[in-house]
Design a protein around this ligand. Structure first.
Ligand code: IPM
Ligand code: MG
Length: 355
């Protein structure tokens, strides 16, 4: 098979972790006889520095012409600490999501037996937890307008908007995934307070009878935040709006033991994007210490979701598991043992795949 991908490493640790995921991708292509071509593009703070635009048209065209995008991370402290900056790296990520029509962000949350003792939660609570958060990605408060400040600068506002069409398509997608898993869908909202949430709940109630074999559960987001910690095993597929999904998935990552472990797939109308859920971790940039596993696992999702290559995805997952079993891990999950470099972990996984 011919695989034509765009590689957007971005900022901070992005280039280091993407380099490892790219080597893994190349190795898997060699092993399974696929022809890989890839092109690199700029996005985020590095694109602002280079051309003044965090998602340049050239990068967009590259993504549109590719079959999949492997993405690192974006963000830089010089923007975080300057609320008055006119152009921000995050705008590049949001524009990419919008322009590629990536309305669903799929974030699998699973535990790794080797990391159970890294989780701040008790082993019996997290062992076997395995759910999927489907986050709406191109609507809600992230994109609603008006957004801004009053003239005197003392009032600020955001607008949360959802249309029926946006809610319907993400719910159908969530039901599809629930149908392939343990057949339970939790719709997370704040329908007791927020109008958009009431629209979500109404539409979900309308759609649910079309999926009689799937159990639909409704949950307020504050309660969901609590339950993710108290009883993570009660979830199978969870679907929610953009901002709630952003917050709940960072929370869910602590179950795993490290934010450096969780991959994601953003899918929708045009080319799908595969990226770790963590950010650009600027404190670690250039130090070769960041955990590359979330990005390597995102490459596994890329083989499966973008190309339907299940064996290839599985091979990557097995190699990742083997690296953890062998203790070849970065400092965030070393658990007092020897901490390996980003590049050493990547090289070990590549070597394992070549066996
Ligand atoms: C994520 C990130 C982004 C988001 C930031 C970097 C804009 O936190 O992908 O979860 O809020 O969506
Ligand atoms: Mg986030």
């Amino acid at each position: 098979m011919k695989l034509n991908i765009a590689v957007l490493a971005g900022d901070g640790i992005g280039p280091e972790i993407v380099a490892q995921a790219l080597e893994v991708t190349k190795t898997v292509c060699q092993k399974f006889g696929h022809e890989l071509t890839y092109k690199e593009g700029i996005v985020g703070a590095c694109a602002i520095d280079a051309v003044g635009n965090p998602y340049p048209q050239e990068t967009h065209e590259l993504c549109m012409q590719s079959d999949a995008v492997l993405f690192g991370a974006i963000g830089h402290p010089k923007f975080d600490n300057d609320p008055s900056a006119k152009v921000r790296p995050e705008q590049g990520l949001l524009k990419m999501r919008k322009d590629l029509g990536l309305y669903a962000n799929i974030r699998p949350v699973m535990t790794f037996p080797q990391l159970l003792d890294k989780s701040p939660l008790r082993r019996d609570l997290v062992e076997g937890a395995d759910f999927m958060c489907i986050r709406e990605l191109t609507g809600g408060m992230y994109f609603g307008r008006p957004q801004g400040r009053s003239e005197d600068g003392n009032t600020a506002y955001d607008t949360c908007v959802y249309t029926r069409e946006e809610v319907e398509r993400i719910l159908h997608l969530a039901y599809k995934y629930a149908g392939q898993r343990r057949k339970k869908l939790t719709v997370v909202d704040k329908a007791n307070v927020i109008a958009t949430s009431r629209l979500w709940r109404q539409i979900a109630q309308e759609i649910a009878p079309q999926y009689p074999d799937i159990e639909t559960e409704f949950m307020f987001v504050d309660n969901a935040a609590m339950r993710i910690i108290q009883w993570p095993k009660s979830f199978d597929v969870m679907v929610t709006e953009n901002l709630f999904g952003d917050i709940l998935t960072d929370e869910a990552s602590v179950i795993t033991g490290s934010l450096g472990m969780l991959p994601s797939a953003s899918v929708g109308i045009h080319t799908s994007v595969f990226e770790p859920i963590h950010g650009s971790y600027p404190q670690a940039a250039g130090k070769d210490i960041a955990n590359p596993l979330a990005t390597i696992l995102s490459a596994a999702l890329m083989f499966e979701y973008a190309f339907g290559l299940m064996e290839e995805g599985k091979a990557i997952r097995e190699a990742v598991t083997a690296s953890m079993e062998a203790g070849i891990v970065t400092e965030d999950i070393a658990n007092g043992g020897k901490a390996y470099k980003t590049s050493e972990v990547g090289a070990w996984i590549v070597k394992y795949l070549k066996k």
